[in-house]
Design a protein around this ligand. Structure first.
Ligand SMILES: Nc1ncnc2c1ncn2[C@@H]1O[C@H](COP(=O)(O)OP(=O)(O)OP(=O)(O)O)[C@@H](O)[C@H]1O
Ligand SMILES: [Mg+2]
Length: 252
């Protein structure tokens, strides 16, 4: 059984059908990428699966559980995480504190004084934070204010905050956007570590095709809310429908 499955997933915004019958499956331990032109529905698909948006129709099952009516918090508790946008970073907290806050919030729905008093709970959060900061290569700047970080480090802190919720499946929406080639390489190696060392399943939305073709086990292509192609990187690379979607039918 696939870890994550959607069936005929549809999302309408007023008259606009942003997702139109999306049926996909993601196996445990896989890295799948979702590509498609701007506005094709990629972020909407992530937002619907993670519970930020309610689907208009269709099914979503995670590890056999129907998650359509669950809140984002409940979905996180099941093991679905996401790399958050920069807006979710607390700029005046340190790098370490940002990860700890996310980690505490995962242990408990809201901050509970009783929880914070429990030494073993705090130890668990601290150990998890250490492990995450090491993986993400931010341990040297753990005590710095988050706002002082360079752009690439801020983006990795978003991934760290996502990891603090202890996910089995992680969504990453354009993790290399705006990065220098060096920062992109670091992010790719981080993604490799998450798969190989953390045993994670990753669902990546990414515009950098070199990254997509390098890291993906399988690729889904969305166009106007529909999956127009799916397969291994070498199958997608030469798929005429994919070329047409990106190039608007121009000869290449
Ligand atoms: N909250 C919303 N309300 C209304 N329309 C929306 C909303 N979110 C997305 N849309 C519309 O749905 C369509 C799909 O948008 P979405 O953001 O999912 O695309 P995308 O594939 O992530 O694009 P990009 O590559 O630019 O990030 C677009 O036409 C967009 O304008
Ligand atoms: Mg998007």
């Amino acid at each position: 059984m696939a870890l994550l499955e959607t069936r005929d997933l549809t999302k309408e915004f007023g008259g606009l059908r942003a997702l139109d019958g999306v049926t996909i499956g993601v196996e445990r331990g896989e890295l799948v990428s979702l590509i498609g032109p701007n506005g094709s529905g990629k972020s909407t698909l992530i937002n619907v699966i993670t519970g930020l948006l309610e689907p208009t129709a269709g099914e979503i099952r995670y590890d056999g559980t129907d998650v359509v009516d669950l809140s984002p918090y409940e979905i996180t508790q099941l093991g679905i995480g996401r790399s958050f946008q920069t807006a979710s970073i607390f700029p005046e907290l340190t790098v370490r504190e940002n990860v700890e806050v996310a980690s505490f919030a995962t242990e408990h729905d809201s901050f509970s004084v009783n929880f914070l008093r429990r030494r073993d709970s705090y130890d668990a959060v601290r150990d998890r934070t250490d492990e995450i900061l090491e993986t993400i290569e931010l341990e040297d700047v753990a005590g710095n204010d988050a706002e002082s970080l360079p752009y690439g480090d801020k983006r990795r802190l978003e991934v760290a905050i996502g990891l603090a919720t202890d996910p089995d499946l992680m969504f990453m929406d354009e993790p290399t956007a705006g990065m220098s080639p060096g920062e992109t390489r670091m992010t790719v190696s981080l993604i490799d570590d998450l798969i190989e060392e953390w045993g994670m399943t990753i669902f990546l939305v990414e515009h950098d095709m070199d990254v997509v073709f390098d890291v993906s086990d399988r690729i889904f292509t969305l166009h106007e809310g529909r999956v127009i192609a799916r397969g291994a990187p070498e199958e997608i690379r030469d798929d005429p429908a994919v070329r047409e979607a990106y190039l608007g039918g121009e000869e290449v």
